[in-house]
Design a protein around this ligand. Structure first.
Ligand code: PMP
Length: 456
């Protein structure tokens, strides 16, 4: 039974002693006390199905016994030492993680957060190429450090502080709201509703959007299209589960790489099997990036992150220092190693594929029932549901109505995320161990919540 500080006291601390940047998620916010696998309990003992996993972080389930045990075992022996000494954990974990990658990747660089991992990826791509400019996508999110604020292109996260020298945001290849794309363009088990603007049988949306990348190389980059890198999520997370049309990434990666730039795949949300069909999101796009960054799900909630790249690229750090006190510490390696084991042992990637596809199909039925569900999209357990005024205009649903549905869903026992520039996309990215029964419950709650709002 919960015996800690009272709800009102916590609210007051938050209001007076914590950052105003910590925005409460619900009108009547939840106060979480305990978790187990896909479930969370608040301080009153009420149970929630967690469909947001602490922002896509809890990959194998809250307080997973095997991960807990690995951490307990480690803290009995050694909490911390830095990479200035040798220790066995980092050795074992590095090899285990690299086994999940195509053979060209041979080096892991450890950090503590996704922002730091992307900072480091930008740094080494600039050092390696000797170039400075970087392409990122509008509507992409890559972090909140000064470097990554520049490559994050959502105005919700932009302020009047200097960021982003040499960053070129390319057009968001959003087939739902953008000018190109439609039914057949997306790599998803379910189709978009809108008719395709492409010729039957072939998709030109990918070409059209990637031509925008070519234009950046032509017009904005220093002469000869010299960029250090292009950074991209394989499905946008914070931006609202936006999926690109087929070939967009394949074409764009080719353009950047043939101009001598590197491709950085930000797998902070899409990695570790979440998209179901592949372990890494970039594999769904048939590209071979030069650098891969990861965080969140890598540690199932333990603060750790990593950059994986080739030996040749990583060797630039031989001439330029990089040091990180906590990166790859013994606790992180023990946790990360157990997470990799659990994903394999419990076949969680397959579960993402099977349960995720079921989820998408059930949500597509909801989409066909309600005028205010404009789009359902995603892959595996990386799902978005976009709420609109009506399917034709696609205007974001009035925020009060979005929040009503959001609040009712919480009151009825499910926690989802919100994203997209207007906060009108429900983000469904649960721990990867959820079941079809959980999906049925989640969809039931969403149907009731939307129904209730539609009646008001
Ligand atoms: N990249 C992506 C795709 C993310 O979603 C996030 C966090 N939402 C980050 C990077 C930054 O990670 P962190 O908050 O750990 O710095």
């Amino acid at each position: 039974k919960y015996q800690g500080p009272k709800y009102e006291d916590v609210v007051q601390t938050r209001r007076e002693n914590l950052s105003k940047g910590n925005f409460p998620y619900y009108k009547e916010n939840v106060m979480i006390h305990q978790g187990h696998k896909q479930w969370l309990w608040d301080t009153n003992g009420k149970r929630y199905l967690d469909l947001f996993a602490g922002i896509v972080t809890v990959s194998v389930g809250h307080c997973h016994p095997k991960v807990n045990a690995a951490l307990e075992e480690q803290i009995k022996k050694l909490w911390h030492t830095t990479t200035i000494y040798h220790y066995p954990g980092i050795h074992e974990y590095t090899h285990k993680l690299l086994k999940k990658f195509p053979s060209k990747f041979g080096v892991v660089l450890y950090t503590n957060s996704g922002s730091e991992a992307n900072d480091l990826a930008m740094y080494i791509s600039r050092l390696y190429t000797g170039k400075f400019d970087i392409i990122s996508l509008r509507n992409g999110y890559h972090g909140m450090s000064p470097y990554t604020m520049g490559i994050t292109n959502l105005s919700t996260w932009k302020y009047n502080v200097p960021t982003g020298f040499g960053i070129h945001p390319t057009m968001n290849p959003d087939i739902f709201k953008g000018p190109w794309g439609g039914k057949q363009c997306r790599d998803s088990p379910i189709q978009a509703l809108r008719d395709c603007s492409c010729e039957p049988g072939e998709c030109q949306a990918g070409d059209n959007y990637s031509n925008q990348v070519q234009d950046i190389l032509l017009y904005c980059a220093p002469k000869g299209g010299k960029v250090a890198a292009m950074i991209v999520e394989s499905i946008q997370g914070v931006g609202g589960a936006v999926q690109y049309p087929k070939n967009f990434l394949k074409n764009s990666a080719k353009m950047v790489q043939s101009a001598g730039g590197l491709v950085i795949s930000d797998e902070v949300q899409t990695g570790f099997g979440r998209t179901g069909s592949n372990y890494w999101g970039f594999e769904n796009h048939e590209i071979l990036p030069d650098i891969v960054t990861m965080a969140k799900g890598i540690g199932n909630g333990f603060p750790m992150a990593a950059v994986v790249t080739t030996k040749e690229i990583a060797d630039v750090l031989g001439q330029a220092a990089y040091f990180n006190t906590f990166g790859g510490n013994p606790m992180a390696c023990a946790v990360g190693s157990a997470v990799l084991d659990v994903i394999d042992e419990e076949k969680l990637q397959e579960n993402c594929q099977v349960v995720g596809t079921y989820f998408l199909n059930e949500l597509a039925k909801l989409r066909d029932e309600f005028e205010i569900i404009g789009d359902v999209r995603g892959k595996g357990l990386m799902i978005g549901l976009e709420l609109v005024e009506d399917k034709k205009s696609k205007k974001p649903l009035n925020l009060d109505r979005v929040l009503n549905i959001f609040e009712t869903s919480k009151n009825m026992g499910i926690l989802v995320g919100r994203g997209g520039l207007y906060g009108n996309v429900f983000r469904i990215k649960p721990p990867m161990c959820i079941t079809k029964e959980d999906v049925d419950f989640g969809v039931y709650v969403l149907r009731e919540a939307i129904h209730k709002e539609s009646k008001n």
